[in-house]
Write a protein that binds this ligand. Structure first.
Ligand SMILES: CC(C)(COP(=O)(O)OP(=O)(O)OC[C@H]1O[C@@H](n2cnc3c(N)ncnc32)[C@H](O)[C@@H]1OP(=O)(O)O)[C@@H](O)C(=O)NCCC(=O)NCCS
Length: 240
């Protein structure tokens, strides 16, 4: 499902069930030695997915350990994101030469608990979410908004180390195209210049799972300025 949401040069891997006997590196194993079964399963399966994505990208298998605030640590040439929810675990990885950051999030296609939408949504998002819930009730649009904001955060935080509140991003969802845009709204402290302030992504609602995904292309170096004495590629009057 993730491959349909991301460019083809982003490697993805996903699982809808937990394989038996997942291999973990000792550093990973020590992080979850005392964890409850649910956490052991999601932690192990998502790292099993990570190893498959590393293979697809041509990167040597490596442990995926949490850094500051839980950010997954990748090889220096790699950016990526991981997610897990009931019935879904997924990873998206890409080369830094191609992408600045990637953020993915999976959520069950079920409404948020009472009162949560009001705490995460801006007024225009609240209106739009209620309109969509009326016209297409088979999708939990409130949960999708939550997922998109989580994807924005997972894209933003590893680049900037700056926290975001849910109301720091204004999201607009295109229901027909299954795409979205998000724009960060600077608060009193301003936004880190290290991250993008607008994000585009895709979402899906299939088999009881909502997915959202963002891949921010790497900044390309600006083209070299053309000097007036540089050789011309084509010249007037050179028709032969
Ligand atoms: C960190 C957070 C985004 C995780 O999302 P979640 O829906 O609870 O959980 P998911 O299963 O989708 O993702 C968990 C994975 O996210 C990754 N993750 C954790 N912290 C992260 C961070 N700060 N930045 C990027 N990725 C992070 C990890 O890989 C984690 O998996 P692991 O614990 O097995 O290593 C969420 O708990 C959180 O803190 N949200 C508040 C901030 C926010 O989203 N604000 C919205 C701003 S618009």
């Amino acid at each position: 499902m993730l491959t349909q949401l991301l460019p083809s040069n982003v490697a993805t891997a996903e699982a809808t069930a937990d394989p038996a006997d997942v291999f973990l590196f000792p550093e990973e194993e020590s992080l979850i030695r005392n964890a409850v079964a649910k956490r052991r399963l999601e932690f192990g399966t998502v790292r099993w997915c990570a190893r498959r994505a590393m293979g697809a990208l041509g990167v040597a298998p490596a442990p995926v350990l949490p850094g500051r605030r839980g950010v997954p640590q990748w090889a220096p040439s790699v950016v990526g994101s991981m997610t897990h929810c009931a019935g879904f675990r997924g990873v998206a990885l890409a080369r830094t030469r191609d992408f600045l950051a990637v953020g993915i999030d999976a959520e069950p296609n079920a409404p948020l608990a009472a009162g949560v939408l009001e705490s995460i949504a801006l007024p225009q998002e609240l209106r739009r979410t209620r309109e969509l819930a009326w016209s297409a009730p088979e999708i939990a649009w409130d949960r999708l908004l939550f997922s998109i904001k989580e994807s924005v955060y997972k894209t933003w935080f590893p680049l900037t180390g700056q926290e975001l509140d849910f109301t720091d991003a204004l999201v607009s969802v295109d229901a027909a195209q299954e795409t979205f845009h998000a724009r960060l709204i600077p608060g009193p402290e301003g936004l880190s210049p290290a991250g993008p302030t607008v994000f585009s992504g895709r979402w899906s609602a299939r088999d009881g799972v909502l997915l959202s995904a963002i891949a921010v292309p790497a900044r390309r170096p600006a083209p070299a300025p053309v000097h007036s004495d540089a050789p011309r590629l084509s010249g007037a009057g050179s028709m032969g």
